[in-house]
Design a protein around this ligand. Structure first.
Ligand code: 6GU
Length: 259
């Protein structure tokens, strides 16, 4: 997969040299190219922003600089373009999976109040363009969001994870224990500072271990992600699951209307 990133802070992407993603780059599974947007600004100050039409706070990134940068980076190619912004569609495991199947991605990182909207309008006539956000909070710029997305996408590429099952078991992976987060994990020693590893995990009884793991996943989902638990498919739950949810006084389904 080829990955181009345009930003006024290329230094933000140093972490892509390490760990799984760094190894994938060394092997050639990932071809990451980070570009300095200011290379396409022509005035002495390398200006990339200007005041917003209509007034208001902050600055907006200029379309001409972005246009030249994107044209130079893509040539006559047609990458899928991602514009990180808190107002974008949510980045989910499903979108990560979809993007992992693309041969070429281009990330256009905005700072300040964002990029002049005509840039997306222009490239949407030629490329598939998505504005994407990573959660309901506001970052100072798209760079960290792109690191998040690249890591989520990169680990799904063939051969990037040592153990292919790791991605299959992910909390939000399609078809896993869908809509359940993962439960707790333990390693040696069996007792640490008086805390014991749950005995069932040492029992060697695979059926009981699987059941226990599912129970713990359900408990944690109810505690930490009640909106996911509420959306569980009742028909996909067995008697044991239902009993556990009953014990937790948790009702699957939409919240009752106030009465
Ligand atoms: Cl993609 N960018 C910024 N600046 N803030 C965000 C975001 C992106 N996603 C969530 N918050």
């Amino acid at each position: 997969m080829r990955l181009d990133i345009i930003s006024i802070f290329p230094e933000y992407f140093a972490p892509l040299d390490v760990s799984l993603i760094g190894k994938a780059r060394e092997r050639g599974t990932l071809d990451v190219r980070v570009h300095q947007l200011r290379d396409w600004a022509h005035d002495v100050h390398k200006t990339v922003d200007d005041t917003p039409y209509g007034g208001g706070p902050g600055m907006v990134m200029k379309p001409e600089v972005w246009g030249e940068a994107i044209d130079a980076v893509i040539g006559d190619g047609t990458p899928r373009m991602i514009v990180p912004t808190p107002s974008g569609r949510p980045f989910t495991q499903e979108l990560a999976q979809e993007l992992a199947e693309e041969p070429w991605l281009l990330f256009a990182c905005g700072r300040y109040e964002g990029i002049d909207s005509r840039v997306v309008a222009e490239y949407a006539t030629r490329l598939r363009v998505d504005e994407v956000g990573i959660g309901d909070y506001v970052l100072a710029g798209g760079e960290v969001a792109v690191l998040v997305m690249v890591e989520a996408i990169g680990r799904l590429l063939p051969g990037v994870l040592g153990n292919a099952q790791s991605a299959v078991d992910d909390s939000f992976a399609p078809g896993s224990m869908r809509n359940l987060v993962e439960g707790p994990v333990y390693t040696k020693p069996p007792v640490w500072r008086g805390h014991e590893v749950p005995a069932v995990l040492l029992s060697g009884h695979h059926g009981k271990i699987a059941r226990w793991r599912r129970d713990e996943a359900l408990r944690r989902t109810v505690a930490n992600r009640p909106e996911l638990a509420a959306a569980l498919d009742v028909d996909a739950l067995d008697k044991h699951d239902r009993k556990l949810l009953e014990e937790l006084s948790f009702r699957v389904g939409p919240e009752d209307v106030a009465n």
